[in-house]
Design a protein around this ligand. Sequence first.
Ligand SMILES: [Zn+2]
Length: 212
Amino acid sequence: MKPLLAYEVREPGEGHCVIAFATNNATARREGGNELDCSFNEVESCNRRPQFDQYAPGPVPKTVLIKHGWWFECHHCSRRVNGDMPQEVEGEGEEHEHLEVVTEGDAVYCSHSCVMVEFVERRAQKSAQAALIEFFSVKYPDCKIGSIWVSRAPLQGRDRLGHAQALLYFRFPGAQHDATFTFGEDCMRISPDDRPAFYAWRDIKMPPTEAT
Ligand SMILES: [Zn+2]
């Protein structure tokens, strides 16, 4: 069997790269292109990178890629994380003692504090989701909860656009479509088709239909 070799495959748009392991350039180009969401012909370049051969069949650890000049966005604050990060920041006169390349699973962070804040926010989001489900199911036990969506940072209040933070999609008895409940708002959004079922469910008298 031919050994797997490392190739760096680059897409033309934003210059994103992946390392593909394959026995030949054409296969690497195709597989790397797939991973980058571009076709064989769209791939900008596909070059051998023997320094990564030892990591076949991949993935190459991100810390190793960073040592070889790659950069990633911090999973929490989106700062550009690379090997020269502290020096670059120092050049810009920003505080840099805390900056350090930290990897956790597949994620790259610029500092331990970003790892921590990400962790705390995720925990907060999870508990906000659980609280939303609990709140809704106690209040409307006869509904079937579909999915929920809680914005990333329930601790930070509404986002800049004033978007709601906690939504829950559900079916009330007799409904054909999902309805939306927004936490903290006094109304529900329902499909027009489901209006009769909604009025029946809430025990509201149907508004009289206009005589024509
Ligand atoms: Zn960060």
